[in-house]
Structure formats: structure tokens, C-alpha cells
Design a protein around this ligand. Sequence first.
Ligand SMILES: CC(C)(COP(=O)(O)OP(=O)(O)OC[C@H]1O[C@@H](n2cnc3c(N)ncnc32)[C@H](O)[C@@H]1OP(=O)(O)O)[C@@H](O)C(=O)NCCC(=O)NCCS
Length: 435
Amino acid sequence: MDPLKELFRDVATQSYAEVRAMLKEYGDTKIDEVKLSQAYGGMRGIKSMIWETSNLDPQEGIRFRGYTIPELQEKLPKGDGKEPLPEGLFWLMLTGKLPNETNVRWLTQEWHNRSGLPKQTRKVLDAMPASTHPMALFSMGITSMSEDSVFAKRYAAGMRKSEYWDAYYEDAMTLIARLPHLAAYIYRKVFKKNKHIEPDTSLDWASNFAHMLGFDDPDFFNLMRLYLTIHADHEGGNASAHTVHLVGSTLSSPYLALASGMNALAGPLHGRANQEVIEWIFNLVGYLGTDRPDKEQIRTFVQKTIDSGRVIPGYGHAVLRRPDPRFIAQMEFAKKYIKDDPIVHIVWKLYEVVPDVLKSLGKVKNPWPNVDAHSGAILVHYGLKEYAFYTVLFGVSRALGVLAAGAWSRALGMPLERPKSLTTEQVKRDILKIT
Ligand SMILES: CC(C)(COP(=O)(O)OP(=O)(O)OC[C@H]1O[C@@H](n2cnc3c(N)ncnc32)[C@H](O)[C@@H]1OP(=O)(O)O)[C@@H](O)C(=O)NCCC(=O)NCCS
């Protein structure tokens, strides 16, 4: 058994026993009450699922296994001494233990060993029209690999429930190894005339991904290490994570569950906001006729967007009530590496202007920027200008969190997810007693 799987087994076996004992003694303890406004309002804030890999505080932002992003930047093994390697975060999310350099080097190699793309996946992608959105291709690509699912094969052969975590782990590892190859294949097919680039197995997971996309600047490697770390997980209730959790609970294979989650990530209120943001910023530049607008000009454009009935992309959040630490981490990166970029300056001016405009509307619960407000400007700076691809980058990263969490769901023996729904008629008749 490989060292990561062995550690995961030991930690998860102990946790399983603890959770069973806790449920036996405290199973009837109430953790929440649900209001009618929550049932009609997207289930905001209802505590109703367990997600081990990260937790989101409205004020403080995300913690991965208890560590903030600045703490991860300090404690996780780094590529060339600058940004954390996503391999380390995956190790941490799966086991709850900080990895050392040797652990991370092993994981990089293991993912290289499991990487590549099945022939049928290339065929499926090649058969699609060039106009297909990269997120649709990404989802199809993942689905097209589901034939290789160890979980599905072993389930069909009569796998015991106590072994689900093991088979899930195998699929999670292979999927994560393959996703940069799939994403790079899509990028080069759609935007680079089908000219593909061979992987470089001397590189870490994020850098090799950058390399296969066609970017070999060491600063871009660092950007990818940071990007793929900070987008990885945002507790369990967000749409992509929750979808993977829900579909996984049917014992559908991790491949199909992940593809479902990617379909959720493709929505403009969720992951696609990173594409919307940069398109909107370039609309702003076009409308104002300058890439160095002042704050008053920016305010005019922001107001125009609001007046036309649209949301300001990259601002607001269903849980956060402060600037997103993932936005701040990217701002710090940009200050360090590309502080003179005009589009980055627009992002920073928007940060000074938009919150006041949104506050003045009197209904927006969080006027602050989220993760998507910054990423596009940095990618554009390094030459990755195909906005429609941005959500795929997010998806490659998000796989780390949702698959680590999915392995935990199987290790803890979680059942089919099945909340109760009501009709409005029932609400009026049985709850409010107003008919
Ligand atoms: C993320 C988002 C979907 C959260 O939605 P939510 O939890 O329902 O947010 P709120 O409770 O603050 O929404 C209350 C009102 O403010 C509006 N609002 C929220 N964010 C807004 C924004 N960025 N610009 C304009 N209006 C906004 C909502 O549309 C809603 O209006 P309504 O009552 O007329 O329908 C929302 O903030 C949004 O659409 N943001 C832009 C898209 C984005 O950046 N998504 C990525 C999220 S990580």
C-alpha cells in the first residue's frame, strides 16, 4: 500500500470509530433549526452536512484543515521556495497532517505515473465542434474516462462497504493525475490549433500543467502553484462541492460525481464568474476608452452595470462577509510580481469603488470581492487570454478538495443524501396553518 493511502486508512479508520461512537451517544442532538426563508432562499447557512477538508468562516474566510492561506504559504513544501505545492495541500486535506518534502516529492511522482489520457477521451474531444465551451469539454472529458473507474469495477464485483474508501482513493488519485492533461488537451485543441505539448515529468504537478498549456515562465509556474492551491476547496456547501458530495452518495463513480460537480462550477454565479469578471473589465476598458481609468470613471461603469439589471461579477458571496482571503492572496502575488500591470490596477481600483456602490443598494449582504475578482487580470498579464478557459483552471484545482472530501465521505460510511422537500401548499396548510 502506498504511503499516502496507508496514512489515510489509519486516520480514517480511527475517525470512523470516533464518529460511530459519537452518533451512538449524541445522535439526537440538534445542530440547527431551519427557517422558511432558508428553505425558499437557497438553503443559506443551514448546517446539514459534514465536510472534513476545509471550513469557511464568514469573517475570516477559508481554513484548510485548520490552516489559513498565509499559514499554508508558510507551512506547505514550496516549489522553488516561493509558492506552496498543491500536492502538499491534497496530502493535508486527505490526512489532516502536514506533509514534508519527501511526501510531496513522492506524490508528484505518483501523479506522473498515473497521468495521461485514454484514447477515447481524445476522440470524444476531437469530435466536438470548436465552439463548444471548454467547461462542457472538461465535463465530457471526465465522463469519457469513467470506464476506467476502479470504484465502479470493484462495486460491480461485489466490493464491501468497508472498502469503498480504498477504491475511491484509487480513482481520486488517477483523476487528479489526469486532469491537467485533460485541461491542457482542451486548451491546445480549442485555442492552439490542436498543437499539443508533451508533459515534462521533471516538473511538479502545477508547473507541468503550465508547461503543457504552453507557459514555461518560472513566475507563471508559481502563479499556477498558488492558483491551484487557493481554489481547491471552500467547505462543502458550495454548488460544485455539494454536487460531487450528492452524486457520490449514490455510489456513482468518482468520475461521474466529479463531472457533475464541474457542470455546477460552469455556472456564472459560481466558477464561471472568473470568465465573466475579465470580460466585464475589458468591456469597461472599451466603454471608457482607456486602460487607465480613474475611480470616477470606474464608478460610472459600475453604476451602468447595476442599472442594466446585472450583477457585478467577482463581488458578493453566499457565506463570506469580508474580502475573500483568496482575493487578497492573489493581490499580494500581483504586488510582488506584476505591480505595474494596468489591468491589475483596474482590479485594485474596482476594489476601492465597488463595495461602496454595492452597499448603497441596501440589499447586497457582502459587498466585497471574491476569488474571481482578481484571477483573470493576472492570467492575462502572463498571456493566458482565452477567458473561456478560466473556469477549467478553477475546476482542475477544485478536484483536489472535492475528491479528498469524497474519499472521506466513503471512509465515514456516509449514506445516500436525501433531504426532505415540501410544496408551498404543505407550507401553508401544515406549517403556517393559513389555509
Ligand atoms: C455570489 C452570489 C451569487 C451570492 O448570492 P446571494 O447569497 O444570493 O447574495 P445576497 O444575499 O447578497 O443577494 C441579495 C441581493 O443582492 C444582489 N447582489 C448580490 N451580489 C451582487 C453583485 N455582485 N452585484 C449586484 N447585485 C448583487 C443579489 O442579486 C440579490 O438581489 P435580489 O434580491 O434583487 O435578487 C452573488 O453575490 C452574485 O451574484 N455575485 C456575482 C457573481 C459572482 O461573483 N459569483 C462568484 C461567487 S464566488
